[in-house]
Write a protein that binds this ligand. Structure first.
Ligand code: SAH
Length: 254
């Protein structure tokens, strides 16, 4: 059996000691109970940071699987296009959907924010739980679609704070604005020299205020329209990522 046909498991807190590691929790359950894998079965372990190992199950117990690392099979090639989605936090089910779908489409990182028309606000424990849930969704999506590195989910911040950290981001930066009348995404991407970095900003259910669009513009974001239909925030985000991948990225073979 070659490495390609082996099952892949993503363990983000992978700790290898003297050539062995012990896996617990969801991945262990998936291996031993769902797939009924056992001693001697070969697999590929991913550490979520791009490192890949050929490995073999040593033993299976009630809630843990001991695995022997056979060899490193190298680092995943870096993505030719890094897409950052600067995304307003939206209602729970829509945000989950957006994280899953943009992950499948190859978004590199999602940086959530709260802006003045945000309907959803999160704090403290609720926010921590939410971040964990979003990371789990990104993790499952990565597994499902064979990504070696799951989309990075940053902790949510205010619009202003996020803007400061993204104003220095390399590459093309756009803010999606349904009221923009002079520039559209299609034209901009087709005329712009493809670059290895793209940052797109998408607003909440209530949209951006004109002041927020001006602030973003001063931080180097170009306001663009995606046509006259007003899309729901989650639709806008996944259409954006799909379009950027289609024009500049890897929505193609090889
Ligand atoms: N409440 C607003 C719409 C918000 S849609 C209204 O009714 O006017 C949510 C987000 O999706 C927007 O902030 C914007 O970033 C993006 N969006 C939706 N449709 C868009 C379009 N046609 N062009 C550009 N951005 C769009």
């Amino acid at each position: 059996m070659n490495d390609i046909s082996l099952r892949r498991f993503l363990v983000e807190d992978l700790e290898i000691e003297s050539g062995f590691c012990v896996i617990m929790g969801r991945e262990a359950h998936h291996m031993s109970r769902v797939l009924r894998m056992g001693r001697g079965d070969a697999l590929v372990l991913l550490d979520g940071k791009g490192e890949r190992f050929l490995a073999e199950i040593q033993s299976v117990s009630r809630d843990a699987v001991k695995i022997q690392i056979k060899k490193s099979i190298g680092h995943a090639p870096p993505s030719a296009l890094e897409i950052t989605l600067f995304q307003a936090v939206i209602k729970s089910a829509s945000m989950d959907y957006l994280i899953q779908k943009t992950s499948e489409l190859g978004v590199t990182r999602i940086s959530p924010f709260f802006s003045s028309r945000s309907v959803v606000r999160l704090k403290g424990d609720r926010q921590r739980k939410k971040i964990n849930r979003w990371r789990e969704i990104a993790h499952s999506a990565a597994k499902q679609c064979d990504r070696d590195i799951p989309a990075e989910i940053r902790p949510p911040e205010s619009f202003e704070k996020q803007l400061v950290s993204f104003s220095k981001a390399p590459g093309l930066k756009v803010i999606l604005w349904e009221r923009e009348t002079s520039r559209d995404l299609k034209d901009l991407l087709q005329k712009h020299e493809p670059s290895g970095d793209f940052t797109g900003m998408v607003g909440p259910e209530g949209g951006f205020t004109p002041e927020e669009v001006s602030t973003a513009q001063r931080a180097g974001f170009i306001p663009v329209s995606m046509g006259s239909r007003i899309l729901r925030a989650e639709t806008a985000s996944l259409v954006l990522v799909a379009i950027v991948q289609y024009e500049w990225g890897d929505l193609r073979m090889g």
